[in-house]
Ligand binder design. Structure first.
Ligand code: TRP
Length: 332
């Protein structure tokens, strides 16, 4: 069976963007792929993290996976740092990654900003670790948001560079799976900004742990323009807030954005928002409740993570040993 690898960083509160852009799409993949879903704590520490928060958020992401419907028996769920093969393979791959490839990464340029000399080596090498995550399992498919596409291209390039340098066909080139509607969920207060963990405006973001009343309130308060609901696809392009809310509606109800637009065309926003609030509460209210229940039982979460790490190691370690042999690292 083809294998999927994907991951979420345990930083900040998980929100609707993480759910619709990533986790929700994974649930459907479980039956047709061998799935590995990671909580990428080593990626999280490429920027400073509070240790207690990091631990808490690692468990919270695990809870979100399970609450969203990922079956920990069927899939492998684990935190990255528990499987040392990720770090080890990352070093081996970094030795064949040209600096020029990393210099092209737009996310590093954005995150490092003008203070490039102060950015950490880890932040710079982040895409190589991501390649190691994927290649350690010889994953064939990687579901990611639009923003990770460039990193995935790099993972393919690195896999190819390894195969060419050693004249082997060892690593498969992983295929990106980019999902459709609402892979980019925008702020509810500003349609030009991504919904973000770091946004300090409480009403900009729906958290996965929000209760039903909070979800409904945030939808009702979402910023909109004074016009009626868009009538044409072209109109959507000039109305980011409307496009965002329709994208969310479409993703939550599994219809296309255009079908959602057609359904509400010409209506006023308030009736649309009532329906959006209803579907949001139906989906998120349940997940939030389940997440809160799971987070209250860290013993269970830790058992899932321990079991997942063991199963992950059983796949990654033999691959790592093969890589060591191919490179000529002696294992006496
Ligand atoms: N970089 C990804 C993000 O920030 C997370 C990630 C780490 C990942 N390793 C991965 C995603 C491997 C897919 C595959 O969203």
């Amino acid at each position: 069976m083809n294998r999927i690898f994907s991951g979420v960083q345990p930083t900040g509160n998980l929100h609707l963007g993480n759910y619709l852009g990533a986790i929700r799409n994974w649930v459907a993949l479980q039956s047709s792929f061998d799935c590995i879903f990671c909580i990428v704590d080593l990626h999280a520490i490429t920027v400073p993290q509070d240790p207690a928060q990091l631990r808490l958020q690692t468990r919270e992401v695990t809870a979100a996976y399970i609450a969203a419907g990922i079956d920990p028996e069927r899939c492998i769920i684990f935190n990255q740092s528990m499987v040392s093969a990720h770090s080890e393979l990352s070093w081996l791959l970094s030795c064949l990654t040209p600096l020029g490839w990393l210099n092209r990464m737009t996310q590093f340029k954005e995150k490092a900003g003008k203070q490039r000399d102060n950015a950490g080596l880890g932040l710079y090498a982040y895409p190589v670790l991501m390649a190691a995550d994927i290649l350690a399992y010889k994953a064939t498919h990687v579901p990611v948001g639009e923003d990770q596409k460039q990193h995935l291209e790099l993972a393919r390039d690195i896999a190819g560079a390894f195969n060419r340098r050693y004249g082997v066909e060892f690593f498969p080139l992983p295929e990106p799976q980019i999902f459709g509607a609402a892979t980019r969920v925008m702020s509810l207060r500003d349609g030009s900004k991504k919904m973000s963990k770091s946004d300090t405006s409480d009403y900009s973001r729906i958290n996965m742990t929000d209760d039903a009343d909070t979800v409904a309130l945030k939808i009702r308060k979402a910023r909109t323009d004074p016009l009626p609901m868009p009538e044409t696809p072209e109109e959507l392009e000039t109305r980011p807030e409307a496009a965002n809310l329709l994208g969310i509606y479409a993703a939550l109800t599994d219809v296309t954005v255009d079908a959602a637009r057609a359904r509400f065309a010409g209506q006023n926003f308030s009736s649309f928002k009532e329906e959006l609030a209803e579907v949001s509460v139906a989906v998120l209210g349940k997940i939030g409740g389940e997440m809160r229940r799971l987070v209250a039982d860290p013993g269970y979460i830790d058992r899932v993570l321990r079991g997942g790490a063991e199963r992950a190691r059983a796949i990654a370690e033999p691959h790592l040993r093969e890589v060591q042999d191919i490179i000529g690292l002696l294992r006496p």
